[in-house]
Design a protein around this ligand. Sequence first.
Ligand code: GLA
Length: 388
Amino acid sequence: MVWENVLAKFKELFGDEGEIGVYFAPGRVNMIGEHTDYNGGHVFPCALTIGTYGVARRREDKKLRFYSMNFEQLGVIESSVVGLKPEKEADWTNYPKGVMWAFGEKGMEVTNGMDLLLFGNIPNGSGLSSSASVEVLTGYILRDQYGFEVSNQELALIGQFSENKFNGVNCGIMDQFASVFGKAENLMRLDCRSLQYKYFPWHPKDYRLVLLNSQVKHELANSAYNQRRKSCENVAEALKRRFPGVKSLRDANYDMLDDVKNEVSEEDALRAKYVIGEKYRVMEVCVALEEDDYEEVGRKMFETHHGLSKEYEVSCPELDFLNDVAKSCGVTGSRIMGGGFGGCTINLVSNELYDNFVGTAKQAYKEKFGIEPICIDVVIGDGSRRLC
Ligand code: GLA
């Protein structure tokens, strides 16, 4: 059991006295609905069985002692709950600290320190939301051990708030929400405006979902992400001036976009075009799933990839290459998964093509880029929880 090793390490470093809790918060993948969350649209993610394990104990003083089994060379990183602010030297601890700070901002000041040990089994830089899982995990611990009264929805929102305001990435709500609310064997369609969600059972008999991790994470991914968001907001502002009912790109259609295209830059209009197309695709995929039409699901995935690559421009040569290989192997659907600029493609593959596709992709990618993509089978798991 992973968590037993993590607990043993905690006790070795921090002692075994007091009330110690063991927790888990998963990473996520998204079936479709990319870059729609911060436009008030729908997303269609699920939680994974991989994620971040955490062992924690509330302290009586103000001290924070953090240790990650993924960055053992950094040793125990000590600081304090007083005067929390992001610092470069604080490295990964900016994520749990950001959540503590965010609780304070929401009127729940964290006055006691914490011993916290983490272990994550999400591959680094794979775009499977390890940072969201750390945020959700920290929030969960604060609720559980410090007695704060927060709902699950607030846990997700506080995680997002900390990422936006403490760690400087203007992400939407999808990752944190999926990490809190995920349910084994189900995808969830989340309306990112109302935060209403619906589970969709996922057990295709003849297909598998597999991720190919390109093993690249391009510099500037975070700043480019924030720029994309800004482009969407620019177009939404122009639309609002003309159509009073519009609150965000979710409310737009192609004709409306056409009406304001002279008031925004060509680039911003192209970004918005992608978002509008993606809004329809999420709904079309839901209908297709209810009809067990996986071929249609796959077609939409390829369309999303095209949009992300040519209109939203968040792809990179590695991801486009993996997408081309998928196409040439006859895979049902394939696309960039997550924010882009690296990380994984998600592939819907029929059982009989699976071995051939994975083998071909590994070999071709290695020949072209000198490294093998890592293949990760998607196993859908439950949301965050206390394990012991
Ligand atoms: C990242 C963000 C999410 C979402 C996706 C793109 O994962 O954290 O909020 O915007 O990118 O769909």
